[in-house]
Structure formats: C-alpha cells, structure tokens
Design a protein around this ligand. Sequence first.
Ligand code: FAD
Length: 402
Amino acid sequence: NSKPKIVVLGAGYAGMMTTKKLMQQLQPEEADIVLVNKHNYHYQTTWLHEVAAGTINHNQARIMIRDIIDPNRVRLIYDSVVRVNRDDQRVVLENSEIDYDYLVVSLGFETNTFGIKGMDENAFFIQDIDSCQLIREHIEYQFAQYKNSEAKEDHNLTILVGGGGFTGVEFVGELAEKVPQLCKKYDIDPNVPKIINVEASPSILPGFDTDLVAYAKTSLQERGVELREGTKIQACTEEGFIVGEGNELIKAGTVVWTGGVTGNSVLADSGFELTKGKVTVNSDLRAPGEENIFILGDCAWVMNKKEDRPYPPTAQAAMQHATTCANNLKALLHHQPLEQFVFSDKGTVASLGVTDAMGTIFEGTKLYGKPAAAMKKVVDNRYLFLLGGLNLFLKKGKVRPF
Ligand code: FAD
C-alpha cells in the first residue's frame, strides 16, 4: 500500500474536527486516515463541570465516535497512546503500535497540581467523563451517608473547590444548582452543606474583565457559594485544604482541584521540546523542526504575535486549529504551500449555573444573566451542528427551558 497514512491522536475537539475535515476534503485514494482515542466515544470537555456536579447526565456529554466518523473511511483504534517514536515514525499504544507518514497530536490537557503537597493523592480532578462521574457519585454518597449516620459531621457536606479560574467558577456555579436538589432528595437542612472556592489570586477569574468578575461573584455569593480569594493552598490532606500563612484547615467531605492544566504527558514522554508542558508550534501548527507532525488544541501553544504571548487554550481555538491542520495536510500531500493559522476570537462565555452566565461576544460586547446563558447554549449547540449536523443536535443538544 503506497498511500500516505495520516494518524490523528486523540478524539477531542481538535482531533474529531481534523478527522471529519480530512474525511470531507480527501478522496479515499489520496490517503489512509487513522484516528486513535482512549475511548470509543468523544466527549464535550467544556461540559465536564456539569457532569461532575450531576446537573447533566454523562451520556449527554458523550458521542460515539463512529456516529460521526465513518469507520469504512477512517480506521478507528480505541487504545491509549503511550508515546511517539519520531525516529522511526511510529506511535506506541498500550496494546499495539502503528506507523505514520503524517501525525496529528491532539491529546488534550492533563491536570496540573503544581506540586501542591497531597493534591494528587487526596483531590478529585475534572479531567474526563470517568473522573467526573466519580465526583458526582462521591458528592451524592456524602449526602446519603450523612442522612444515615448517627453522629452527623456537617463538614462532610462541604464541597471544597481549589482554583477560581474558568473551570472552578463554572463548577461551583453548577454545584449551587445541584446542592439544593440533593438537600431535597435526602431531606437535609439546606443550611448545612457548604460550597467553598479557594483562589490564591486576589480575585477569582484572574484576567477576566472586572465588571464580569463582579457579576460572577455576586451571582455565586447570592446562591451561597463562599469565595476565599487571596488564599493560598499550602497542602491537601484527607481532611481538606490547609490554607494561608496561618495553616488553617478547611475540612470537607469532597475536595476537587481545578486550579491548573498542562499539555498531555505523552508530549514529554515522546521527547518534544516543551514550554510549561506544551509544544510552541510554528504558525502552520507544525512542531518546530518537524515536517510531518502537527500539534493542536491544548497540547500546543500558538503564539499571538500581536501580544507576544500564546492564545489561551480553548475549545474554540482547538476547532479552528483543526481547519488549518486539515488544509495543511492536504497542501502537504499536494506539495503546495501551507497556510498560517489566524485565530478568530468569537468571545468567551462562562456559565454560572443552569440559567446564569457571563462573558463577552463580538469583540468585547458584555453579556450577563439569561441572555448570556442562552448564548452559552447557542455556542454548545453550534458545535454539535458543526460536528454531526441536525441529528446530533436533536440527540445531544441543550434545549433546557429557562
Ligand atoms: P480534548 O477535547 O480534551 O480531547 C482530548 C482527547 O484525547 C480526549 O478524547 C481524550 O480521551 C483523548 N486522550 C487523552 N489522552 C490520551 C491517550 N494517552 N491516548 C488516547 N487518547 C487520549 N473552552 C472554550 O472554548 N469554551 C468553554 O466554555 C470552555 N469551557 C471549559 C469547561 C471546562 C470544565 C473545561 C475543563 C474546559 C473548558 N474549555 C472551554 C477548554 C476546552 O475544553 C479545551 O481547550 C479543549 O477541550 C481542548 O481540545 P483538545 O481537542 O485539545 O482536547
């Protein structure tokens, strides 16, 4: 078989969209396409906080890969990538190996605990569907256990969230919806459970517009979320966080760390040159010095040349990377010049619960409350349309009434 082989690693936003576009743009005789992913499903990473809080069912957040990618056109391998051997153009998987002519690395993020003592051992992470189901079940177990125990320890109903960035804030916003429901379900006084967010910076959502941050704070606090800003986590123990100069212990029955992410560790294990865990790619999205390897999504730093710093890692960017990558793979096959990636910022909206959100759209227009929540759902549903058309939207779309 003399056809070139394109291997895509990871079926997240970047990997799925790249594969889909390759399927559309290349004739079967032009190249073989292989997609490797840990699971037989793709999941919406941007909905994971909802899965973890239990405000949506995990099945709504996942999509069978073969429902989107034609297995007759693309070879689907469900296995974990261990590392890439660039010298002999092979990818080592847990259960086999595969060679490539062109490689796309789109394996997403991994949680980073920045070496905070005890965090890896004692905290839950919002990492994937499985880790989020564990969080959901653990929280519910705490409520059931509390109801059934003689000596009630109120702190067991405290949910402690480390990190007040985008994910941490979206997660506590969902918890503020879920906890009252759990109180009803288990007949528990709603004043007992606590939701506490701990952030080391002077304010939650560092880097966000101050009006939006103020809105988010009021919304969360009014719904009972306690914000501990300017509070450094010294360590995480089985009991909770140890914080601040005075080593105060905040006890909790559930501890979740959302304070940091980095690129997938496969990058380091494959010997790529890394900056803070990710590869700084060329403007055509190839790894420096590599003719045939593209690195996309949360595994890549793509430089914003105007501001001389990388763009933030987002699903929005990952999908745009996919378009450029698919075009550039086609160009490589046809010995044509490659295009440069240009990011088109459509804005960012953070949800604060089922009917509340805030963010910016269209170059800085600020949105709050229900219109922002509606916009967030439009963004979510738009992705489903792009990926799987009307069918996928009808199956998995967010059409919750306000
Ligand atoms: P991912 O979508 O994470 O996909 C990686 C894929 O690789 C997964 O399918 C995974 O199973 C697979 N994989 C990982 N390791 C291996 C392995 N070793 N072998 C095989 N397969 C593997 N961005 C926005 O633009 N807007 C938002 O509102 C937003 N909200 C967010 C909310 C939360 C709670 C989180 C966590 C993130 C949010 N983001 C948001 C960021 C966004 O989700 C990421 O930037 C995006 O998922 C990156 O896409 P990706 O394709 O690089 O990786």
